[in-house]
Design a protein around this ligand. Structure first.
Ligand SMILES: [Zn+2]
Ligand SMILES: [Zn+2]
Length: 284
């Protein structure tokens, strides 16, 4: 418990007068009660985003398209934490936390706990999958809709991560991005040359925003980019998604595994980039 597995700030989610280990245990207990459907490996899920795939396909339609469009500039790892099923708790939190409606503050608190506990418990899995020793920078995927002002995810997450921020902003002259990967949609506000970047996204629908952000960072010289997504969107009205949703009834011990968790033999995940070095988690 005391071993630090993610670049969390010393004050991360610690309540006054509460021991750190106890605080993490309390947070895990709360998350366990929510019983969110975790994203894990499986033959019915896209090897990139863990979304639904057609039988026999390794990647979903969108990830396959991104692979053709953005080869060499895509994220080295995409790691969704849990499925945000339309109508479910996580999907509601991901909509509500950006707003001023009742329950927004509670939604933010739940999402913050989800992200920080995940990074603490599975950060090493993420870095290993991305072939990086640990992040040297953190960035947040900007809103695809051009929302003015700082992205709400920045306030939610960045004060709790002990990493310098690689700002990403939408180029004023940029055209609407759509669902495709665009290298020119964003610009990086900090020197990222040679850096390993933790890129945080709230919701993955098509993945176009996150992969465009990864592409902008790679085009600016980032060595590695690992995307951590809070919720992989699923709409049960879609037949392919409905099949995946029905399979989520198989529960996993909360946060005992993740979408890129090493197998039982300890071998590196099959989707890891070639030549991925052993992980070395940064200190707290
Ligand atoms: Zn996919
Ligand atoms: Zn893991």
């Amino acid at each position: 418990m005391d071993q630090v597995r993610a670049p969390l700030a010393p004050s991360a989610v610690c309540g006054a007068g509460t021991g750190r280990a106890a605080t993490w245990a309390v947070l895990r207990g709360r998350l366990r009660q929510e019983d969110l459907p975790l994203c894990v490996r499986g033959p019915a899920a896209c090897r990139v985003c863990r979304g639904p795939v057609s039988p026999g396909c390794a990647r979903c339609f969108q990830c396959d398209r991104h692979h053709r469009e953005g080869a060499g500039l895509l994220a080295d790892a995409v790691v969704p934490v849990a499925y945000a099923v339309r109508g479910g708790r996580l999907a509601d939190d991901l909509w509500r936390y950006k707003s001023a409606v009742p329950g927004a503050a509670a939604a933010r608190a739940r999402l913050r706990a989800l992200l920080l506990v995940f990074l603490r418990d599975h950060g090493e899995c993420v870095w290993r999958e991305a072939g990086m020793p640990g992040p040297g920078l953190v960035a947040v995927v900007p809103s695809g809709g051009g929302r003015p002002g700082p992205h709400p995810l920045r306030d939610l997450a960045l004060p709790y991560l002990s990493l310098p921020v690689a700002g990403l902003s939408v180029r004023p002259e940029a055209a609407a991005r759509g669902r495709d990967v665009s290298v020119t949609w964003l610009r990086s506000g900090r020197r990222v040359s040679g850096a390993s970047v933790l890129l945080i996204e709230d919701t993955w629908v098509s993945g176009g925003s996150a992969q465009s952000a990864a592409a902008a960072l790679k085009a600016a010289g980032a060595a590695r980019v690992a995307v951590v997504v809070l919720g992989r969107h699923l709409n049960p009205a879609d037949p392919l998604s409905a099949r995946l949703v029905s399979s989520l009834r198989t529960r996993h011990p909360w946060l005992a595994t993740c979408a890129v968790h090493p197998d039982r033999t300890g071998a590196a995940p099959s989707t890891a980039p070639a030549g991925a070095p052993a992980p070395a988690a940064p200190g707290q």
